[in-house]
Design a protein around this ligand. Sequence first.
Ligand SMILES: C[S@@+](CC[C@H](N)C(=O)[O-])C[C@H]1O[C@@H](n2cnc3c(N)ncnc32)[C@H](O)[C@@H]1O
Length: 506
Amino acid sequence: MELWVRIPLRKSHGTPTDSNSEYPKDSWELWNAFRRLCDYDSNLSVALDVESMLLPSQNSLERWLGESVKAVIISTEVIADCFVQTARGYLLTSYGEELITRFFHHSVQIIISGSTLHDLQKESVNITEGKFSLVLVGADGTHTHPYKPYWDYVSNLFYSMELLSEQERIELRYRDRMCTLSQPLKDNLDAEAYEMLEQDSYKYIQYKRAIARALKDRVPNEKASELTTVLMVVGAGRGPLCQSIIGAEKTDRKVKVYAVEKNPNAVVTLHDLVKANGWEGTVTVISCDVRFWNAPERADILVSELLGSFGDNDLSPECLDGAQRFLKPDGISIPFSYTSFIQPVTTSKLYSDIKSHNKHSYFETAYSVKMHSVARLAPSQPVFTFTHPNFSKKHNNEGYRKLYFDLPRDMGSALVHGFAGYFEAFLYDDVHISIEPTTTTPNMFWWFPVFFPLVKPVEVHSKTPIEAHFWRFNDSTKVWYEWSVATFPTGSPIHNTNGSSYWIDL
Ligand SMILES: C[S@@+](CC[C@H](N)C(=O)[O-])C[C@H]1O[C@@H](n2cnc3c(N)ncnc32)[C@H](O)[C@@H]1O
């Protein structure tokens, strides 16, 4: 059985609960109290009752996008308020337009309730003005159904929605589908994964830009015909970064490239690529794990793309620590720095999906997911930063961060189901790639965000910051993250202690 609870969309200012009334001022509190009593049962959803098109603040509405909202109920009276009578007839105002279209994007049903308020025979008018103009009567002056104008209102909003971009259409089938994070160090990527990876042309454009700048800075114009720059591609895959280097050769710099790759299947394709392009004199293919390779000479530039959705989670720090042995003391690493970010989110959908497995370890695992039904509760903040090369003898790749997130004041309370994770990487100078929402590289699609769930969702209030703790640990065989929330009065236990549920093999 599925139960949809009809909740009015209401939030007035002031304290969440008025002491004189049983009814909370913020109807989200009502919903939250009820589903908490039902232990966050995933068969419980919301039908939001829009009482007026004079809506609560954007921030408070935002919370509902992460909740399991199945329907939005709009009464004919509310819609009638959107018809403003003018000298030329009726015009529709844009109140509520954004709310309804945002719910359309989440496949929420719109229910029209109440009796019809427009006597269309008398009020037969043609409105063609403005964005929301509608025809209230058919060409022959009749309507097939008395609710047609209300249906027209809603469908007009639907048809005036912006079309999805090509990329959004491709990504539709990945929305809110969680996958365990790949481990390209332990496992070998298959041909399909390389195929997808290589389609992300914007990433390679940025690499090409970074490599060209680094080559020019390394060798001045007047020495371009004399000096040869040695580049090592660490984790060359099937060769697109070698192509970026050769493409960057338009800088007229002479280059010698070592392409190191540990996946024997990718190495076969890499050899073919070198042969097909006649690069034998420029590119040497090395079939080896870079951590155990003895390079015949030192490199000027290390080029790598060993980044996971959370930056360091594909163990780029550990691999590049191994590779910098053969980098010249003044050598360059592309990327030279990367940072992970987290932000607290409400996402009933992902929480229910994890809960359905009925296994504690699933709540202590990070997932890659194209988040869609999600409310981002506060701006993201940096967690771990790694810079390369790092010749300091003391450095280790463990880390700990305590972060405070403030909910917007007008948001009201919210439920945190976990954290969305992202990365931003600087390749060379200011050339960067990012999936962090405020600095994201447009049209890059290979990396989806990471989701770190919480075993029990944590309730937070706008006056109390969310206190999050993140750790990165390693031992001789693996790397893992631990995380917890210590927000008063609830908080959470530490997740994934000692990497008991989720880890990345070294
Ligand atoms: C994300 S893919 C990137 C491939 C390619 N550079 C590109 O950008 O299309 C990472 C590649 O690094 C390889 N790799 C990971 N760790 C490595 C290591 N320690 N030594 C050599 N190759 C490694 C993987 O097998 C994989 O082919």
